[in-house]
Design a binder for this molecule. Sequence first.
Ligand code: ADP
Ligand code: MG
Length: 256
Amino acid sequence: SPFPAVLLETAGLCKNFRGLKALRDHALRVAPGEILGVIGPNGSGKSTLFNVITGFSPPSAGRVCLNGIEVTGWRPDAIVRQGIARTFQGSRLFKALTAAENIEAAAQLALRPGLFSTLLRPPGYRRRTDEIVAIGQQMLDLVGLGKWGDRRAGDLPYGAQRRLEIARAMATKPKLLMLDEPAAGLNTHETAELMTLIRQLRELYGVAVIIVEHDMDLIGTLCERIQVLAQGTVIGEGSFAAIQDNIRVREAYLGH
Ligand code: ADP
Ligand code: MG
């Protein structure tokens, strides 16, 4: 088989903030093309996990491997080029740039190593090659923003900004897409559209997806497997039905 059985693997992953153990001995395996949910109460370490995997925050211990290559401690831009893209809880678009420019900056980062130090830095040097422009338009079309490329990102409606963030992440051609609370602030209709989009991304590009979300309808509908965190520790893992039956999970959520 051309694909390894495991795309992402973490082991013994820890993150300490002074005395606080935000992540403890975390372990996870994600298969190529899998859609995995990560849930847990506020402060349970979900965003910390994303930051540690994507190089935004170095782990205190443990390792992160993608396709069998250890990427622990790599810089964010190197991890993007290795095939992991993410969105943030709360928008981090370049609001003064156009929608197309936001995507093109990400595509350049992935295609032209060494130009930018991180995905979050607006491009000081840009060359709009035909390839970059084509990727930008393809990604805008993909998320239903095909006619909005020239708009300032900050002027787009909230739901469109969230879709633009996904388009920007996909422009780096990731093998793994990590979405931190993508449905936060979306209405029911927009959430349904988001679910359709995430399924399309997997079908069209074979991308694996890790979704952190509080919307249990979305998690139960989309995710083949769910991992539950509480106080930085994995307290359950399995199908939606299995974790709903898990007593530790029920205690963490319901307090009884
Ligand atoms: P979640 O995303 O599950 O809500 P976080 O990963 O954001 O949780 O936070 C986990 C814990 O780590 C929380 O107690 C939070 O206050 C703490 N934490 C997160 N980031 C930092 C930081 N940069 N400095 C200190 N504490 C942090
Ligand atoms: Mg969070």
